[in-house]
Write a protein that binds this ligand. Structure first.
Ligand code: ATP
Ligand code: MG
Length: 160
């Protein structure tokens, strides 16, 4: 499904809906250029998971862990040299945990991404000054997110 974000508040709302509808064990892959809004979206998801810590980019640490309604493992594969490096950081334990994994630049470790993962690709349209979120997945968790986000399309867009 595709969703348009015209401003920061839209992305915040999208993140809030995703966060509220997340269940343990979900893996979300975030794709999109530098500055697309992957970390910004993650911050809003974290807020909705009742995480009070300020979520910052894990570019250098690769994996950061937060406690909320669910545990959040925020990862960034941008600087990884190889998939083995991710594996050495204990990746498997996070990915098959009861927490939620959000992975920026997941395509850098595509062999390590489980089949049930949900992928969100953020594309910026500079001409229209909008961001398009393309959300792809399958299964119950994806369908639940989709329902919540369809609601966003119908209500939030009308309110703004
Ligand atoms: N509608 C919007 N949605 C998300 N971010 C927006 C929006 N409009 C403006 N921005 C700005 O764009 C920037 C997005 O940066 P962010 O760090 O989230 O990108 P990123 O995809 O994580 O980049 P990187 O690949 O470097 O990690 C922020 O400065 C944010 O304030
Ligand atoms: Mg980022």
């Amino acid at each position: 499904m595709k969703i348009i974000s015209r401003k920061l508040q839209d992305t915040d709302k999208i993140g809030q809906i995703i966060g509220e509808n997340l269940i343990g064990g979900t893996v979300i892959c975030l794709e999109g250029d530098l500055g697309a809004g992957k970390t910004t979206l993650t911050q809003s998801i974290a807020k909705a998971l009742n995480i009070n810590d300020y979520v910052t980019s894990p570019t250098f640490t690769i994996i950061k862990e937060y406690n909320g309604r669910l545990k959040l493992y925020h990862m960034d594969a941008y600087r990884l040299e190889s998939e083995d490096d991710m594996y050495d950081l204990g990746y498997d334990e996070y990915i098959y945990s009861n927490g939620v994994c959000i992975i920026e630049w997941a395509s850098n470790i595509f062999n390590l991404i489980p089949k049930h993962a949900i992928t969100i690709t953020i594309n910026i349209d500079y001409e229209k000054d909008i961001r398009e979120f393309d959300i792809v997945g399958e299964g119950l968790q994806f369908e639940t997110l989709k329902k919540g986000l369809e609601n966003y399309e119908n209500t939030w867009n009308r309110i703004c």
